[in-house]
Design a protein around this ligand. Sequence first.
Ligand SMILES: Cc1cc2nc3c(=O)[nH]c(=O)nc-3n(C[C@H](O)[C@H](O)[C@H](O)COP(=O)(O)OP(=O)(O)OC[C@H]3O[C@@H](n4cnc5c(N)ncnc54)[C@H](O)[C@@H]3O)c2cc1C
Length: 427
Amino acid sequence: MSMKTTPYWWEDEPREAASKIAPPAKVDVAIVGAGYTGLSAALVLARSGLSVAVFEAGQLGEGASSRNGGMVGPSFHKLGIAGLKAQYGVDKTNEILKESVGFVDFLEDFLKTEKIDADFKRTGRFLGALKPAHYDTMAAGLEDLQTACGVKGEMVTNSALESETGSAKFFGGLVFHQDGGLHPAKYHSGLVAKVREAGVVILDHTPVGKVEKMAAGLILTTPNGQTTADKVAICTNGYTGSAFKEFKRRILPLRSAIIATEPLAPEVMKRLMPKHRMQGDSRRLFAYYRPSPDGSRILFGGRATGLKDAPNKNAALLHRSMCEIYPELNTTKISHVWSGLVAYTFDHSPHIGKIGDLHFAMGYCGSGVARSTYFGTKLGHKILGQEELGHTSFDEMPLKGKPFYNGSPWFMPAVLSWHRAADRLGL
Ligand SMILES: Cc1cc2nc3c(=O)[nH]c(=O)nc-3n(C[C@H](O)[C@H](O)[C@H](O)COP(=O)(O)OP(=O)(O)OC[C@H]3O[C@@H](n4cnc5c(N)ncnc54)[C@H](O)[C@@H]3O)c2cc1C
């Protein structure tokens, strides 16, 4: 297949050339990672009058923040309500769900207040049920969520399906009305501009190799020089490397990939995605799909074939997965395929806090567009010591690793293959 292996999003928002800025000798706060988390934290800190430098190992938007699917939702906890209650009790569960249902409002307000044009739209999200039993599970789940946190959603019966999807594969489905979509790279560029306006120095192509505590403060070492900071925040999510072993051994990096189809005829788009919603379905190995913001093509994402980037294999896998839902796209060409790393955690929860001298927020488990903005902002307030503004129901949930796990999830390809096989067998 002849296709580009860079994100479709970068056609509208090409990456910036390397800036070659030298690290400042001293700042109040140094942030490692220039994705949504690090940039959101930097904005809060700089606007409170602190000097801030953000260090980015690659080009700006190298990580997940300019590569993702741009699908925005409350990202309810992956444990589900029953799992949450078993782990944290009823009160904490309700707190977590009520806070999560506000993530999209938070992001929408943020985009409006900051005047960032990222093509954000409250499209709603449609989830198709591939079996009657899946439909029943969705209905029960929706009812529980409505009771716990007032989420706005409705079931779509078989007879109403045509108004939601052109796929004949579903028995029914569920629509979450609060969800939406945006252009992730436009959002990232908009955030970079705001952060710079606030006086933050952003250093691209400047990987932080280590952070050491000395009498003068925390010393960050990079190939381009050193910076001394009073405080340091690690915002490296799925890209957390060996420089930060204490974080790496608590995070499961997983690769997620997306394909973009070539432009489709307007009548095909209208039939397949009549309401321009974000979409997914009830397969074990979750696939996420959506129309491009201009409505001209389909972007279809899911788990990649392995931990390393393998564009051809990923394109073939995702094309197959897309055709399981929309068989008529069998001969449709793929214009782009790309991938990036997301960060799972062993308790399926995002985390924010401090380990040793290092502040952090990470572990969005693949749903981080709204979460990372929200947690990055909270992180900024926490670093400033603003307890009330920094508070979240995710506080006091320690980020834990597992014995013998060192940060390489060698077992994940086997786990994913099992889920793929189970989907094929209809288990
Ligand atoms: C293909 C894909 C699709 C996705 N789709 C969705 C979606 O539709 N909806 C959704 O909600 N979420 C989605 N996500 C997840 C979402 O994009 C992430 O959760 C979010 O962008 C995380 O932001 P972040 O700032 O924490 O991390 P990132 O944006 O990953 O940024 C971390 C940065 O840290 C840098 N870094 C690492 N180590 C160092 C170092 N030592 N020194 C300096 N810099 C360093 C990296 O280069 C990287 O740029 C998707 C992710 C991927 C990869």
